[in-house]
Write a protein that binds this ligand. Structure first.
Ligand code: ATP
Ligand code: MG
Length: 231
């Protein structure tokens, strides 16, 4: 019997919570699927509601059940490790990996959204960095594009597992009222990591719906990143 190819993994992480990881993951997933890639997005652990998991479930075209997209979810709006403990649960990395490999089996490309930033505590003794390492994943680092972004991006990139750093992608997410720094951040970061590719995620307002199948501005902005993830 021919060996089934292992899925490729992309871990969407960032400098903080609320930086646009879900929006980006949903967009990438929709785009990749529209291009015929057998891609699926997962959110292993949610705390403080399951909105992210629901958004990714929709982006997947509901090919997986919500509980397959997100098996661990806890009501407390705390770091997942604490939210789980408050619910009397302890999440172990090996459990997450076993689930991840099972649910990923039939897919070519698996996009995994962490929770919070790269080093936010996810479970017992692990965070999103361990997911990147264990999955040998491409890390996509989302950073709000404003004054301070270069520091935040450097901190996250320095904290990536060594093997993952050379595969990393940075996404500078537009923020309202960002000021003049936004224009220079990509160039400033490049001075530190000359080979690190970056993408600018535009801010979407008004009639442009974040979940619309096609928002030409975002499709254009993400085209290069989508191409890289397909390769
Ligand atoms: N490019 C964008 N244009 C408009 N709104 C955006 C954009 N990116 C993110 N948002 C909004 O900002 C908020 C935070 O985005 P998002 O939920 O994607 O962040 P996150 O990093 O996934 O957060 P969490 O840490 O909770 O998972 C959401 O209300 C989202 O709709
Ligand atoms: Mg999110």
């Amino acid at each position: 019997m021919p060996m089934r190819r292992q899925p490729r993994y992309v871990v969407i992480t960032g400098s903080d919570t609320g930086v646009g990881k879900t929006v980006l993951t949903a967009w990438l997933t929709r785009r990749l699927r529209a291009e015929g890639v057998n891609a699926v997005a997962l959110k292993p652990i949610c705390s403080g509601g399951r909105a992210d998991a629901r958004a990714l479930h929709r982006a997947n075209g509901r090919t997986l059940d919500l509980d397959e997209v997100n098996p661990w979810h806890f009501p407390a709006a705390l770091a997942p490790v604490l939210a789980a403990q408050q619910a009397g649960r302890r999440i172990q990395l090996n459990q997450v990996m076993t689930w991840m490999h099972t649910v990923s089996r039939a897919h070519e490309l698996v996009l995994v959204e962490g929770a919070g930033g790269l080093l936010s505590p996810l479970g017992e003794g692990f965070d999103t960095r361990e997911l990147v390492r264990e999955l040998n994943a491409i890390p996509v680092v989302v950073v709000p594009n404003r004054l301070g972004a270069v520091n935040q991006a450097r901190l996250v990139i320095e904290a990536l597992p060594d093997r993952a750093r050379s595969k990393a992608q940075v996404v500078f997410a537009a923020v309202r009222g960002a000021g003049p720094a936004a224009r220079w951040n990509p160039e400033l970061l490049q001075a530190h990591f000359p080979k690190l590719p970056h993408t600018l995620l535009p801010w979407v307002t008004g009639g442009e719906k974040l979940e619309a199948e096609e928002t030409p501005r975002i499709s254009t902005a993400l085209a290069g990143l989508v191409q890289t993830l397909r390769e």
